[in-house]
Design a protein around this ligand. Structure first.
Ligand SMILES: Cc1ncc(COP(=O)(O)O)c(C=O)c1O
Length: 385
């Protein structure tokens, strides 16, 4: 009998995604059904991006730069208290949450829009300002979603490489690469996966050079670096700053970000954004999260102390690493990168191999000191064998 929900005959089931080590194998280029319609050329040309997603819940997750202890208990309490059948039936109303989040970031409600994670912030920025074939400037390596949304839009991507081995921000090369054809410059500060940051003065130089382009400064890890361009949005007309609730706030599952800019820019972004892309629970949770500043302060202090433990531990083992301004460290395991990652995984500790960007590099999220000591104990055994 056919299921009314799926239309499939009982017993038939869709193929599960196959898990290879940590990564979910990307679907092979799908064969269109007879008479099927081809996607746009920009989508056909894209490499599938499939970050590892499965089987992480019961492990020490040092692979995605999340908060490793979870959000403030006040967030969970607020959700439990405020969820009701009636509330879930209503489309989201952002007014109250907007006021609260605006107060927290010391901006006006008109100076930002909520986004479905930073990912949607990047998407609406690109959709608002970049047309098919227009040029965007990215760094390499950087947050994968920059390239992803630029590719979907059919943008022409120019990349400036971080120099090796230090991977300091290549300011002069970025300035030189900005031309009148540049429509957007997307920068993560601190950058992922390098962990390296850029000064406000350097950002101002980019903003001045790219006067005819929009400049996004993605500050997903701001709380760990303390450097922000947010205070400049009222003054600099081409500046956009994004923040996320996925990292220090411990709410990655909620998918909430904020995209800040001049109110006139925000009004255009809103035109290109679905009116209800952010769900009501996410903004409810965010209100509770920003009300517990002490929780965030304590977590940041713990991570910064743990980052010292990690770096000292790596030095003791003779493993080179890049000094980081974020809650993760890029370590250089050379030829042993995959072996180390897999051996840690066998001990239920997840780290992220980045060899495909920087040969031999593994990115390690910094959690608490206790978690870091657990990691170092396992790593020492693996490394010395
Ligand atoms: C630079 C950067 N921006 C943003 C994010 C998070 O995005 P989201 O807010 O969509 O979870 C990450 C997560 O890895 C990141 O590294």
């Amino acid at each position: 009998m056919k299921s009314p929900r799926t239309g499939r005959t009982a017993g038939e089931s869709p193929a599960p995604p196959s898990v290879v080590g940590q990564a979910v194998r990307p679907p092979s280029p799908a064969k269109l059904p007879k008479g099927g319609v081809k996607p746009r050329p920009a989508v056909l040309a894209m490499e599938p991006y499939s970050p590892p997603t499965g089987d992480r819940a019961d492990k020490l997750r040092l692979d995605f730069n999340e908060n490793t202890v979870g959000c403030s208990p006040r967030v969970v309490a607020a959700l439990k208290e405020r969820i009701s059948a009636g509330r879930l039936a209503i489309y989201p109303d952002y007014v109250e949450a907007k006021q609260a989040i605006a107060r927290y970031y010391e901006v006006a409600p008109e100076q930002f829009t909520f986004t479905n994670g930073t990912d949607e912030a990047i998407q609406i920025l690109v959709n608002t300002y970049v047309d098919d074939g227009q040029e965007v400037l990215l760094l390499k390596p950087t947050y994968a979603m920059f390239r992803f949304y630029c590719e979907v839009a059919g943008a022409k991507i120019r990349e400036v490489e971080y120099p090796r081995p230090g991977v300091e921000f290549p300011l002069q090369a970025v300035l030189d690469a900005i031309t009148p054809a540049t429509r957007a410059v997307l920068v993560a500060n601190p950058n992922n996966p390098t962990g390296t940051g850029i000064s406000l003065t350097a950002i101002e130089r980019i903003l001045r050079r790219a006067r005819r382009a929009v400049v996004l400064v993605d500050e997903a890890y701001y709380e760990f670096s303390g450097v922000t361009a947010l205070g400049e949005i009222g003054r600099v007309p081409n500046l956009f700053v994004s923040r996320t609730f996925s990292k220090v706030f411990g709410m990655a599952a909620m998918r909430l970000g904020c995209l800040f800019s001049h109110p006139a820019n925000v009004a255009y972004l809103r035109k290109a954004q679905s009116p209800y892309s952010v769900n009501a629970l996410a903004v409810m949770a965010a209100q509770a999260a920003v009300a517990d500043e002490e929780y965030i302060r304590n977590y940041v202090a713990e991570v910064l102390a743990a980052r010292e433990v990690l770096c000292l531990g790596l030095e003791r083992l003779g493993i080179p690493y890049i000094p980081s301004s974020a809650n993760f460290v890029l370590a250089h395991f050379g030829k042993r990168a995959i072996e180390v990652r897999d051996a840690l995984r066998e001990r239920a500790i997840l780290v992220r191999d980045r060899s495909y960007e920087i040969r031999g590099a593994v990115r390690i999220t910094v959690g608490t000191r206790r978690q870091t000591r657990e990691l170092m104990a396992a790593l020492e055994t693996i490394w010395r064998r």
